[in-house]
Design a protein around this ligand. Structure first.
Ligand code: T46
Length: 150
């Protein structure tokens, strides 16, 4: 019985570890600091870069998943709490300006929620493809339906 409980916990931990995949931009100090995607281990070719600048602090963002696009999300100013959800497990990660080169991967078919924006936050996103509103899943019920589809 004890063994069963232990192995179940390990299984849950593995799912969580896999859900939060931290990526780190290379940091170079050179009369200031540079953060570079080189050697960051971004597991896709970057096709689009966008920023969310000064989002309202009281309005959550995201609440969608991408069917096709992989992304790496960084917080280069301020702070944010990101929740990722793969339909089985949810996990949170706080990103902030103390470590702007530390980001998190949002793989395709992972639901993202962004909350607790600090005032003046800037989110930097590296995406694997062009913007296409048709590849978003914007309803959580639809997300669960598609993720569980055999
Ligand atoms: C995501 C999170 C982290 C475009 O026209 N092109 C673009 O490349 C993007 C990203 C957005 N837009 C337009 C579409 C909407 O009219 O900008 C507006 C705001 O987009 P959205 O409501 O999707 O914003 P967020 O902050 O909820 O989500 C964004 C990204 O869309 C999304 O891919 O993962 O940031």
């Amino acid at each position: 019985m004890l063994a069963l409980i232990v192995s179940d916990n390990i299984k849950k931990m593995k799912i969580k570890e896999k859900l939060i995949e931290v990526v780190k931009l290379q940091r170079i100090e050179d009369d200031g600091i540079l953060y570079i995607t080189q050697s960051a281990g971004i597991p896709f070719d970057i096709k689009r870069v966008y920023c969310i600048v000064d989002p309202a602090t009281d309005l959550p963002r995201g609440y969608h998943a991408h069917r096709q696009i992989n992304q790496a999300v960084f917080c280069i100013k301020g702070g944010v709490v990101i929740t990722l959800d793969n339909g089985q497990e949810k996990a949170k990660i706080a990103l902030n300006e103390k470590n702007p080169g530390r980001g998190v991967l949002q793989r395709k078919m992972v639901w993202i929620e962004m909350n607790k924006f600090e005032k003046g936050t800037i989110i930097l996103v590296l995406a694997s493809d062009d913007y296409n509103p048709g590849e978003y899943i914007r309803g959580y019920t639809q997300f669960i339906k598609e993720i569980r589809r055999p």
